[in-house]
Design a protein around this ligand. Structure first.
Ligand code: NDP
Ligand code: PYR
Ligand code: MG
Length: 413
């Protein structure tokens, strides 16, 4: 067993199995405590909530609780390994919610026969939570699931692999193109992968200025083009009117490569075909589309990012989901809309341009970080992420009319 594999398994198994547990927020020692916590005292908040459901935010943990829900059909880049196998990833997301945003989070892995079954299961338990983070559900079902749940639930429902990834990708991409001296409007973009992350990333890049006709998206069968008759409605939006058919065809002279597909799918020789000063986001987890060492050996004018923490420029949705939910829950937003997503993009990208706090350097084990090719996006342990993103998102929710309460006074001051 490799040393790292052994360490990872040991980490998950000891001192107790798993990564999360539940703790009490109220005393429960005396007879009086128990009388308040349970019978008869508990009847009082029950009556209050029955009279007005909004009182659930006052008397229960609902407002600080996010459910991480999956069916295990697209676990990282490992594929459809089923709900139970996805549990370590979902516990991991819960860990990150708590660690970075103080949000309580519980993982729920759903076994189901039909997409409708899954939607019904989630919709039927939704009121328990302040928000729902859908995770690792494969395309195209994820699109239908998210749409139906947004319609049926009164709390924010957010498919992290779509929108969390897209927000962080857009923030990193705008910064990377700025460093490379390129405008997003001019960039020729290759997107390897045509699933949840790919479709959302490209749609958000378009909202940030990219031109749809400059995007070449590929799935397992190659380039998505207008003469294909096997495209689902989501891929069809990216059907390019082109004679190019392969990754090699489209990557020649491209400015940007975004990989949200699987491991080791981009060869060093393909990378050499790209335009000068390219941007390469190889975001498949745990193994990127191209190994960064291989990429840097192939050319020295690129900006490279991966989804991993052990290389510079980690483009990973961890930079978004804890903070966007924090902001959304704190103003009881009924949804996470485009205004809130764009506010998160701007907040993330602005932090990367400022001086880096000493504690971030210590945690990263480096002496210096400065906006540039090796630092286009903040580190996940940056303490500025929480106040800046949550505040920008909460404000955007209030301004766009989806907040159900006012901005809290001195919020995140
Ligand atoms: N860094 C980050 O923050 C994130 C990274 N990701 C990564 O993105 C990847 C995809 O995740 P997600 O979108 O949720 O999964 P989906 O299952 O929704 O989509 C996977 C897509 O990848 C395509 N694909 C798989 N293998 C190949 C291949 N050999 N050649 C071309 N295309 C291929 C599939 O093609 P087809 O349609 O033909 O089946 C499909 O379009 C994963 O590796 C995941 O780890 C995802 C979210 C966040
Ligand atoms: C990071 C993440 O959510 C993924 O790779 O699926
Ligand atoms: Mg995921």
């Amino acid at each position: 067993m490799s040393d790292f594999r052994e360490q990872a398994l040991h980490y998950h198994a000891h001192p107790v199995p798993g990564k999360i547990s539940i703790e009490l927020t109220k005393p429960a020692e005396t007879v009086k405590d128990l009388a308040l916590a349970y019978s008869p005292g508990v009847a009082e908040p029950v009556r209050e909530i029955a009279a007005d459901p909004a009182n659930a935010y006052k008397y229960t943990g609902k407002g600080n609780m996010v459910a991480v829900i999956t069916n295990g059909t697209a676990i990282l880049g490992l594929g459809n390994l089923g709900p139970l196998a996805s549990k370590p990833v979902m516990e991991g997301k819960a860990l990150l919610f708590k660690r970075f945003a103080g949000l309580d989070s519980i993982d729920i892995e759903v076994k189901h026969r039909t997409t409708e079954d899954f939607i019904n299961t989630v919709a039927n338990i939704a009121d328990t939570f302040g928000g729902i983070n859908l995770e690792d559900i494969k395309a195209p079902e994820c699109f239908e699931i998210e749409k139906a749940l947004i319609e049926r639930c009164s709390i924010p429902v957010f498919h992290d692999d779509q929108h969390g990834t897209a927000i962080v990708t857009a923030a990193g991409m705008l910064n990377a193109l700025e460093v490379q001296g390129k405008a997003i409007e001019d960039a020729i973009i290759v997107c390897l992968g045509a699933g949840a992350a790919a479709v959302a990333c490209m749609e958000l890049l378009i909202k940030c200025g990219a031109l749809r006709e400059h995007i070449y998206m590929l799935d397992r069968k190659g380039v998505i083009h207008t003469r294909r008759d096997d495209l689902n409605e989501y891929k069809q939006l990216f059907a390019n009117n082109t004679d190019k058919r392969t990754l090699q065809d489209v990557i020649e002279d491209a400015d940007v490569f975004v990989g949200v597909s699987g491991p080791n799918l981009l060869a060093a020789d393909d990378l050499k075909l790209m335009a000068d000063r390219p941007v390469v986001f190889a975001c498949s987890n745990p193994d990127p589309e191209i190994d960064p060492q291989l990429a840097h050996a192939a050319r020295n004018d690129l900006i490279m990012a991966t989804g991993r923490s052990d290389y510079p420029n980690q483009v990973n949705n961890v930079l978004c989901f804890p903070f966007i939910f924090r902001g959304a829950l704190d103003v009881r937003a009924s949804e996470i809309n485009d205004e809130m997503k764009i506010a998160a993009v701007e907040a993330i990208r602005s932090i990367a341009k400022e001086l880096v706090p000493a504690e971030v350097l210590t945690a990263a084990g480096i002496d210096k970080l400065e906006f540039g090719a090796k630092y286009i996006i903040p580190k996940p342990m940056d303490p500025r992420l929480l106040p800046r993103i949550a505040k920008a998102v909460a404000q955007a929710a209030v301004d766009s009319g989806v907040a159900q309460i006012d901005m809290p006074e001195n919020y995140m001051a």
